[in-house]
Design a protein around this ligand. Structure first.
Ligand code: SF4
Length: 231
């Protein structure tokens, strides 16, 4: 099945516990004021991929000791059938990996999905897409409601464990405040010859932190031409 994504990264260490594979879906109609990921809004942006390609990445990540998979966006539930197929395939690979004796650090890899849709907005296709999610961070980003809670961008967003694994893995984090770096900086060469490099800020920055990273990158000779958090 085809799937539109903005990008992937391993190891991701700022959206969920441990070292994870991050997959960012492309396309979001919710247009939250203050969203730091405006580059993921256009449904025709990013690049076309396939569930098969993402499952290959997940298999490689498991072989490298991945402790989880985080799906964010954009809005993953805008591509609910593809998300459902991807997570079902990822669960099968996780099981096969465990049967082969490859459980990372003695704990099962978990699946965390970010969605701007509140639980009440999950229609049957969206609910089916989240069947294999061990935990979900749900709710619009509200710029006027800051929070220090780890992995959440605003105080209204809820971290919802949905499976036995999710309840165990996320119980210590439900009320935990963020400590340590909330953002991981990844600089990638331009995708076309001669194109400028792209800096990705992965994670949920605290208020004011984006300006800090702009200055941090400038000190290292990277002056930002466009910023995904500005119109
Ligand atoms: S914060 Fe999330 S849900 Fe809101 S517009 Fe941005 S990508 Fe969409």
């Amino acid at each position: 099945m085809r799937i539109r994504i903005n990008g992937t990264h391993f190891p991701l260490e700022t959206l969920g516990p441990g070292r994870r594979l991050g997959v960012w879906f492309q396309g979001c109609p919710l247009a939250c004021a203050g969203c730091m990921s405006r580059h993921t809004w256009a449904p025709e942006g990013g690049r076309e991929s396939s569930v098969r390609e993402l499952l290959d990445l997940w298999r490689e990540a498991l072989d490298k000791g991945a402790q989880g998979l985080t799906v964010s966006g954009g809005e993953p539930l805008e591509q609910a059938p593809a998300l459902a197929e991807f997570l079902a395939g990822a669960a099968l690979l996780r099981g096969a990996h465990e049967r082969a004796g490859g459980v990372a650090h003695g704990t099962r890899a978990d699946f965390l999905v970010y969605t701007g849709y509140e639980e009440e907005e999950w229609d049957p296709p969206r609910t089916r897409a989240l069947r294999h999610a061990d935990a979900v961070v749900a709710g619009r980003f509200r710029v006027a409601e800051p929070t220090a809670l780890v992995w959440r961008g605003s105080a209204n967003q809820r971290l919802l464990p949905r499976t036995a694994l999710g309840r165990i893995r996320y119980a210590p984090h439900l009320r935990r405040r963020a400590t340590g770096p909330a953002v991981q900086v990844v600089v990638e060469a331009g995708r076309k010859p001669g194109a400028a490099p792209v800096a990705h800020l992965l994670g949920v920055p605290a208020r004011g932190e984006l300006g800090f990273y702009e200055r941090w990158l400038a000190e290292r000779g990277l002056r930002l031409k466009g910023r995904s958090w500005r119109p």
